[in-house]
Design a protein around this ligand. Structure first.
Ligand code: G1P
Ligand code: ZN
Length: 543
């Protein structure tokens, strides 16, 4: 085996975002591109000498090739060991768990999350720190700095490592341990939830449909739901990970998981439906005839978490991203626990979880999680729901109806304008930023504006400040319109408009969300002039 030092130069556009680096697959496959980025990660974290890393991904196109490159580079950089999921597979939460359980120096996760996979689609790579969570900004800044000065990368010249066989082998002086990607994760879930109660629920005839969307949660859900909990065979659909996710878009929302929604709204709907995304950190929850928004799901889970063994002692606090609805705030107020409002992106939850200030956290984009790992966790959310359903013996619809009766309902929707020209999107945001100071006190579409600002976050744990995190406009009565540009897109700009209104009148708790939000939607258009700026008559995606 030969150790090679290959000369290279900085490559433009290797700046990691909130979820690592995401690019078109062919970009990652370009000459030296992956190698440059991997070496920059190694350099940015102070070298790999003597370190152990967890490595795995969601199985998308190029996952298998990229892993081989990463292993050869890790060996050449003096790593002590790599713990790799069999066939290169690890869901994001399972990787987070392994990093923590095995006390490694972190891990590399190959995924572009819910973005489509394939040669023409997206690929991604992110480094997670030893706490199991996504790298914080000071770490990604160092990785980015390394991409700017890189002159060479190190790699071993050798054939492929067999990742199909469980067990230990060596590559040069590095140990490679191929592990079952599901086993440790399933054991963790079993330690958190009342599996006996959930088994009894399924044994009583309760029916469920879990849509793995041809992505990484297939093997996890099959083992846990069908294998350990006794759900009927066939409960998990689209359960075999495929490199292009069956040609679909592995994003668990009513648009991309329409098949599941149709089944759940149909005549013979099962009792409970759920889906997860490409890398397994997002979730969608659907009852018979009722889609539960992620913001409502977070609130319901916070209110009922004590029914699961891991949370029986109560929650230390909850956290939500700023655009996520305030439904969970109402629960926190009633429970008398802290509720943190953080910028969009999982990494802001990490400090709160590490410091023991929050137990549950979630985002409107279908990411919910707890302090059991340092990533959001799709199957975890599904299992917590199942635990609650098993104990209360209520339907999803009845649970939500009771919840809204108790706390009021935060009607909520997100309107996305995708692939907008960056100039136009930026012009909209800066025009809106300019008028913010004049908005409070104005009446628009029958709504009184009570506040308007650009969200900035002071991290209560490390004191760091994050600015420019979205423009928000508050209305009398608790409604909101929030505007921000996506940080995860790979083409053009995506404008996200988040709309919310609060209803406490018991007679008005069961309206159609878009109808209930009509005044807020109209006000958002009048204030931000979305149509004029983007030239779009309507959003591309409404969730
Ligand atoms: C999106 C979601 C955000 C999530 C991120 C990573 O980011 O909105 O909640 O944390 O993906 O999964 P955005 O594209 O809005 O920047
Ligand atoms: Zn994801």
């Amino acid at each position: 085996m030969k150790r090679l030092k290959i000369e290279t130069r900085p490559i433009a556009g290797q700046k990691p975002g909130t979820s690592g680096l995401r690019k078109k697959t062919h970009v990652f496959m370009g000459q030296h591109y992956l190698e440059n980025y991997v070496q920059s990660i190694f350099d940015g974290i102070g070298g790999l000498g003597g370190k152990t890393l967890v490595v795995g991904g969601d199985g998308r196109y190029f996952n298998d090739r990229a892993i081989q490159v990463i292993l050869r580079m890790a060996a050449a950089s003096g790593a002590k060991a790599c713990i790799v999921g069999q066939n290169g597979i690890l869901s994001t939460p399972a990787a987070s768990n392994l990093i923590r359980k095995r006390s490694t120096s972190g891990g590399l996760i190959l995924s572009a999350s819910h973005n489509p996979g394939g040669p023409e689609a997206d690929f991604g790579l992110k480094y997670n720190t030893p706490n199991g969570g996504p790298a914080p900004e000071h770490v990604t800044d160092r990785i980015y700095a390394a991409t700017q000065t890189i002159a060479a990368y190190h790699i071993i010249e050798t054939g492929d490592v067999d990742l199909g066989r469980l067990g230990t082998s060596t590559l040069d002086r590095m140990t490679i341990e191929v592990v079952d990607p599901v086993a440790d994760y399933a054991a963790l879930m079993e330690s958190l939830f009342d599996f006996d109660a959930i088994r009894a629920l399924f044994a009583s005839g309760f029916r469920m449909r879990f849509d793995a969307m041809h992505a990484v949660t297939g093997p996890y859900a099959t083992e846990i739901l069908e294998g350990r909990l006794g759900a009927a065979p066939g409960t998990v659909v689209h359960g075999t990970p495929s490199p292009d996710f069956g040609g679909g878009h592995p994003d668990p929302n009513p648009i991309w998981a329409k098949e599941l929604i149709d089944v759940m709204m149909g005549k013979d709907a099962p009792d409970f439906g759920a889906a997860s995304d490409g890398d397994g950190d997002r979730n969608m929850i659907v009852g018979r005839g009722l889609y539960v928004t992620p913001s409502d799901s977070l609130a319901l889970l916070a209110a009922q978490a004590h029914l699961a063994p891991a949370y029986a002692g109560g929650l230390k606090g909850v956290a939500r991203s700023m655009p996520t609805s305030g439904a969970v705030d109402r629960v926190a107020a009633k429970l008398g626990i802290a509720c943190y409002e953080t910028p969009t992106g999982r990494k802001f939850f990490g400090n709160l979880l590490d410091a023991g200030r929050a137990t549950l956290c979630g985002e409107e984009s279908a990411g919910t999680g707890s302090d059991h790992v340092r990533e959001k966790d799709g199957l975890w959310a599904v299992l917590l729901w199942l635990n609650i359903l098993a104990v209360t013996k209520q339907s999803v619809a009845d649970l939500m109806a009771d919840h809204w009766q108790t706390y009021g309902r935060n009607y909520y929707s997100r309107h996305d304008y995708e692939d907008v020209e960056a100039d136009k999107a930026n012009a909209l945001m800066s025009a809106l930023r300019d008028v913010l100071p004049d908005l409070p006190g104005r009446e628009v579409q029958g709504l009184t504006i009570t506040s308007a600002d650009e969200f900035a976050y002071d991290d209560p744990v490390d004191g760091s400040r994050s600015e420019g995190q979205g423009l928000r406009i508050g209305f009398a009565g608790g409604g909101r319109a929030v505007f921000r540009l996506s940080g995860t897109g790979t083409v053009g700009a995506t404008l996200r408009v988040y709309l919310e209104s609060v209803e406490t009148d018991p007679a008005k708790l069961h309206q159609d969300a878009q109808a209930a939000l009509a005044p807020v939607i109209a006000a958002a258009e009048e204030i931000a002039r979305i149509k004029a700026h983007t030239g779009r008559a309507a959003p591309d995606v409404i969730t």
